[in-house]
Design a binder for this molecule. Structure first.
Ligand SMILES: C[S@@+](CC[C@H](N)C(=O)[O-])C[C@H]1O[C@@H](n2cnc3c(N)ncnc32)[C@H](O)[C@@H]1O
Length: 234
């Protein structure tokens, strides 16, 4: 069972031997790969929606993996009981959807040893939630798929020592570790900030002005980081 680059990057952070829950599994590629490769003996694969749930169920049955990959229909971590899975994967959803799923099931979370999260957007909001809710960032990686760059965030129970909100927005481990895609990722963030700023410039409200001031200072820091990336490359 081949994995895309994004799913392969997620799999690298899953400790072998532990029970994994893949929330929002859709095609169930990751759970099937983890079991077929011998990395993990058991994976719980859940999806909120009937169609992906049925697709995952048929794919798993088609590979005779029904005993090892337990496919369930349900909303987020509510499909699990506390202690059933030591590793929780949530990939391919927005950062704020992931936060909502985590907020909804603190009992299940309290028993988990590691989370591997791959937000499609709003990664900063997700990191801030993790740092504020007893999770420390232990690793991060950037991965390209279909021309877009996505962060993979690995968190474990503990105290996050990074307190700078801007660094938490960008990704402290990405900044620390000489991540090869960091420059391209920062360019994208810079372009996003600039786009929002030009929208804000059209408004005369006080709220917009305050947002623009905040965003301009973040843009300055992104530019500084980009300069540092380029100096390191030379
Ligand atoms: C874009 S797919 C991602 C599939 C796979 N995780 C991946 O990264 O390739 C998102 C999946 O999450 C499911 N989903 C969305 N919200 C969910 C929730 N609250 N609980 C469980 N599944 C959810 C959707 O039905 C969909 O199948």
């Amino acid at each position: 069972m081949e994995l895309t680059r994004r799913l392969a990057a997620i799999a690298e952070f899953i400790p072998p031997g532990l029970v994994v829950a893949d929330i929002g599994t859709d095609h169930a590629r990751l759970p099937m790969n983890l079991v077929l490769s011998g990395r993990n003996p058991r994976v719980i694969a859940t999806d909120l929606n009937e169609k992906p749930y049925r697709g995952a169920y048929s794919a798993v049955a088609g590979k005779n993996l029904t005993g090892a990959v337990d496919v369930r229909l349900g909303d987020g971590l509510r499909a699990l009981s506390p202690g059933e899975a030591q590793v929780i994967v949530i990939a391919g959803m927005g950062g704020n959807t992931i936060v909502k799923i985590l907020e909804d099931s603190r009992g299940v979370l309290a028993q988990a040893r590691r989370m591997v999260l791959q937000p499609m957007a709003d990664a900063g909001d997700l990191r801030l939630w993790l740092a504020g809710n007893g999770w420390k960032l232990v690793a991060e990686k950037l991965v390209v798929e279909d021309g877009r760059i996505y962060p993979v965030i690995v968190a474990e129970p503990g105290v996050e020592t990074e307190t700078d909100m801007f660094n938490l927005e960008i990704g402290p481990k990405l900044l620390e570790n000489g991540e090869p895609l960091l420059e391209a990722y920062l360019e994208k963030i810079k372009a996003d900030y600039q786009k929002i700023l030009s929208g804000l410039a059209r408004s005369r409200s006080r709220d917009s002005r305050e947002k623009a001031i905040m965003l301009t200072s973040k843009l300055t820091r992104v530019r500084e980081l980009l300069c540092r990336c380029r100096q390191n490359v030379k």
